[in-house]
Design a protein around this ligand. Sequence first.
Ligand SMILES: Nc1ncnc2c1ncn2CCCCCNC(=O)c1cc(-c2ccc(F)cc2)cc(O)c1O
Ligand SMILES: [Mg+2]
Length: 221
Amino acid sequence: TQSTRPQRILTAVQKNATRGDPRSVVKAIDHFCRNKEWAMNVGDEKGCILDSVVSEVNPATVLELGTYCGYSTVRIASLLPPNAKLITLEFNPDFAAIARQVIAWAGLEDKVQLVEGASGDWIPKMKEQFGVKTFDLVFLDHWKNSYLPDTKLMEECGLLRKGSVLLADNVICPGAPEYLEFIRSSPRYKSQYFKSHLEYTKVEDGLEKSVFLGLVNEEWT
Ligand SMILES: Nc1ncnc2c1ncn2CCCCCNC(=O)c1cc(-c2ccc(F)cc2)cc(O)c1O
Ligand SMILES: [Mg+2]
């Protein structure tokens, strides 16, 4: 039977990357997607911005929305301090099955909990199911029109604390206009745009980094 693109990405990892070496896994996927088949990984250019934000936040708890093949999962998990945890949500079971194997090849399965299902169903269950209090960092890379409702849901569920950082992929391409409009005008967030390009292309895209400031005092008037 025909293989899928995620299966071909996994094969490229197994052929070209060293087990237990996250950087070689990232390199193998980037090489495949730049030279053989485009795929919707955050990619090497935006990946460097992701790395710098992860290193700056040095998070103990991370939530990733949208795993796909686990490329950004591996980038983030390889930078986490000991005992830090990354929970990544993937809606598509075929993507999830591939991502588990990519994460395992990188040797990062102990730092990563991959959960299958829709973000809207799982966000309200994070505390009870995974003993999470709040997330230090959230990487949004799933359905672009779920960014805003899921951000509001995370606030309502008390999963964000003063200083929690949201990093959103694709705010230009494919775009998340409602999310950008809300987050840039809200007094509860301090936002910053990192201009870049759509993975493996020259098309403009970028990452929006937003720090949650907590419920600012005008909320109480
Ligand atoms: N846990 C959950 N809950 C809800 N939805 C969930 C989910 N887990 C997954 N999904 C469902 C998301 C499916 C993939 C989302 N990502 C994207 O759609 C995406 C598309 C492009 C793209 C750009 C230009 C083009 F010409 C074509 C495609 C680039 C990207 O970097 C993208 O991240
Ligand atoms: Mg993306």
